[in-house]
Design a protein around this ligand. Structure first.
Ligand SMILES: *Cc1c(COP(=O)(O)O)cnc(C)c1O
Length: 405
C-alpha cells in the first residue's frame, strides 16, 4: 500500500473546517490527536444501539456492551503485545495509570529507598512520585539531560544502585520529541533489581511497542493521543506486580464479596476498575487501534520522519530561530523560539492564520528551566499533516517575526 495522505485526510472530518477564515492546520498533535470517522461512528453506534452497563446485566444490551468492551481489551492487548488480557487495566488515561501505580508503591517503599525520574518528564510523571516520596521517605533522584535534550546515560548508570526501587521514564518527551532508549534503561534497571514504569503517552501514536519483548514492569498511555477519545487509557502491568499492588479505588465492579466486616477483591483486571468505566471510550479505543493498524505503523513512521526533516530544514532558514531538542532519535515534534520574541505572541499570530500550535511549558517546566526559557512554540505533526501545511507554518512564523520585531 502506498501512503496516500489526501485519502487519509478524508477520514478526519475536522480537517475540512476553517479557523479564522483559513483552512485548519492542526499542529498540536502532541497535546491530542484528531479523530477519524471510524472512531466517531463507533461512539455514535454504541450510544445509538447498545448503550448499557457492563459485567452486570443478563439482558441482551448489557451482554452486547460487555462483549464489545472485552473485545476492545483484547484488541489493545494484541496491539501492545501483552501476554495476558487481565494485564490490561482500563484507566481514564496516563495520569490515572501513573497515580494508580504510585499509590500502590507506597506499600513497598521505605525510608531511604530511591526512585529515579528523568529530567524530561511531563508533570504527570513527576508530581505523583514526589507525593509518594513525601509519604514514604523515599528519595527522588533525577536523571539529567544534555543540551540536545537527551538523557545522560552515564549519569543514569551512576545513579542506579541497590537502593533504587523504581525508575520512571517517558518513551518520548512531549516537550522536545526525544525518543529515550527505554530498552537499555529497562535492562540496566532490572540488573539492579529496580522496577520500571514507561509513560508511552507520546510514543504510541508513532510506533507500536512490543511490551512483552521490552519486559517492562508497567506501561501507561492515553487513547486520545492515538486517534481515540479522551478520558480513557490503559495501564499495563506484569501480572506479578498487579497481584501485589493494592486496589486504588474502592467501589462497584472491583469486589468479590462485601460485608461490613471485610471485603475481598475481584480478580484482575477488575480489582483496579472500580465503578462504571468509560464503556464507549474503551470500545472506541479499540476502533482507534484498528484504524492506526489499517494505515500501518511502518508507513506512519516513515512519512512522519519526512515531515520532521522538512519542517526542521525549512524553519531553520528563519534567522534567529532556535530549535530545542535536537536528538537524532526524535518523533515529529519541533519545539522552537525566535530570538527576543515570546512564544505566546507567535502562537497567537499563527492562530489568526488558522494554524494550531502549542505554546508554553508543555507540562514540562523542568525542561524549560534547563534551557532557561519560559516556554517554546511546539509544532507536532501527525500522519494526516502535509508539507504544504508546513509551508504555511513557515510563512506564518515569518510574518509573526516581522510583526513582532
Ligand atoms: C499527554 C501526556 C501525559 C498525560 O496524559 P493525560 O491523557 O493527560 O493523562 C503524560 N505524559 C506524556 C509524555 C504526555 O504526552
Amino acid at each position: 500500500m502506498t501512503f496516500n495522505v489526501e485519502k487519509i485526510r478524508q477520514d478526519f472530518p475536522i480537517l475540512q473546517r476553517k479557523v479564522n477564515g483559513y483552512p485548519l492546520v492542526y499542529f498540536d498533535n502532541a497535546a491530542t490527536s484528531q479523530k477519524p470517522q471510524a472512531v466517531i461512528d463507533c461512539m455514535v453506534d454504541y450510544y445509538s444501539h447498545y448503550n448499557a452497563n457492563i459485567h452486570r446485566g443478563v439482558h441482551t444490551l448489557s451482554q452486547e456492551a460487555t462483549d464489545a468492551y472485552e473485545a476492545a481489551r483484547r484488541k489493545i492487548q494484541k496491539h501492545f503485545q501483552i501476554l495476558h488480557p487481565e494485564e490490561v487495566i482500563f484507566t481514564s488515561g496516563t495520569t490515572h495509570g501513573i497515580n494508580l501505580v504510585a499509590h500502590g508503591f507506597a506499600n513497598f517503599l521505605k525510608k531511604g529507598d530511591e526512585v529515579l525520574v528523568s529530567a524530561l518528564e511531563h508533570h504527570s510523571n513527576i508530581v505523583p512520585w514526589q507525593m509518594l516520596c513525601e509519604k514514604t521517605g523515599a528519595i527522588l533522584k533525577v536523571i539529567p539531560m544534555n543540551e540536545a535534550g537527551e538523557l545522560v546515560m552515564d549519569a543514569f548508570e551512576a545513579l542506579l544502585s541497590e537502593k533504587t526501587q523504581l525508575v520512571f521514564i517517558n518513551h518520548v518527551s512531549n516537550a522536545l520529541g526525544t525518543i529515550n532508549p527505554i530498552a537499555e534503561i529497562i535492562d540496566k534497571a532490572h540488573a539492579k533489581g529496580a522496577a520500571v514504569l514507561v509513560d508511552g503517552a507520546q510514543s504510541c501514536a508513532h510506533e507500536k511497542p512490543n511490551l512483552a519483548e521490552l519486559d517492562v514492569d508497567f506501561y501507561v498511555t492515553s487513547a486520545h493521543k492515538m486517534c481515540g477519545p479522551t478520558g480513557v487509557g490503559i495501564l499495563y502491568g506484569k501480572k506479578q506486580w498487579l497481584e501485589k499492588l493494592p486496589p486504588y479505588q474502592g467501589g462497584g465492579e472491583m469486589i468479590k464479596e462485601v460485608t461490613f466486616e471485610k471485603t475481598t477483591y475481584a480478580e484482575l483486571p477488575h480489582k483496579f476498575e472500580a465503578g462504571t468505566p468509560n464503556i464507549c471510550g474503551g470500545i472506541a479505543f479499540g476502533a482507534a487501534v484498528d484504524y492506526l493498524n489499517s494505515i500501518g505503523f511502518d508507513e506512519i513512521e516513515a512519512y512522519e520522519k519526512e515531515l520532521l526533516h522538512y519542517a526542521t530544514q525549512e524553519l531553520l532558514k528563519i534567522e534567529g530561530l532556535k530549535i530545542y531538542g535536537t536528538s537524532k532519535k526524535k518523533t515529529s515534534v519541533v519545539s522552537f523560539n525566535i530570538k527576543d520574541i515570546h512564544p505566546y505572541d507567535i502562537g497567537t499570530i499563527v492562530d489568526k492564520l488558522g494554524i494550531a500550535v502549542r505554546t508554553g511549558h508543555h507540562c514540562a517546566q523542568p525542561v524549560m528551566q534547563f534551557y532557561k526559557i519560559p516556554g517554546t512554540v511546539r509544532a507536532s505533526f501527525s500522519f494526516y499533516n502535509t508539507k504544504e501545511e508546513i509551508d504555511k507554518l513557515v510563512e506564518a512564523v515569518k510574518k509573526a517575526k516581522s510583526m513582532l520585531s
